[in-house]
Write a protein that binds this ligand. Sequence first.
Ligand SMILES: [Mg+2]
Length: 244
Amino acid sequence: MIESGVSLGIESSPDALLRSVEKYLAQGYRRIKCKFKPGFDIDYLAAVRREFGSIMLMADANSVYTLADVPLFREMDDLGLLMVEQTLASDDIVDHRHLQAAISTPVCLDESIDSVDDARRAIELGSCRIINIKVARVGGLTEARRIQAFAAQHSVGCWCGGMVDAGVARGHNLVAASLPNYLYPNDIPSSDRYYADDIVTPSAYIDGHAQITLSERPSMGFEADPGVIERHTVAKWVFGGNRT
Ligand SMILES: [Mg+2]
């Protein structure tokens, strides 16, 4: 079983965000991640905390803040967030170290970590306490495995992030997230989070505990569905030809 969370975009008002959170909690997701940016940050997150109490709540800034915003992050410590993700620029490993030293909320790095060497530098500096491993971002399962193992040796927990993945990528993410040291719910949502028809069979759905059951089949555990792929194909190139 893999535990899933859901990642929610920035809404036009705190009320709109509350409605979105309510919808996904009703579907069973127990960890809510809210994107945030200046002007759409602490008030939005505080509203979610007030309305929904002790849910697993975290926030992802996609690199839009700087060290000048440390006072804001100190205030956000009071919200009891599970983590704040990628608060500063992706190459600001040193500044993330200063931020992590200044706040109690764990800093999670996403775009800053493309390889196990990036993970080593970030962990040695103390720039994060958590790493979001995206299999596609780090170049595949081998590097994802290296990062997971290195992080585990240094007591830095991981979880698996997502990128609007269709079923083939989701299958690989599920396999990665089944490894030890994936300690937090993953951004591996149900197939129907983004797609009416997934391109694999069977589709992946969360149960009432926001968990996806791992397939017993070898490899990623799902088969690509040629019928669905054909139905959604808008262009096709054929390479090669008959041998003479
Ligand atoms: Mg992120």
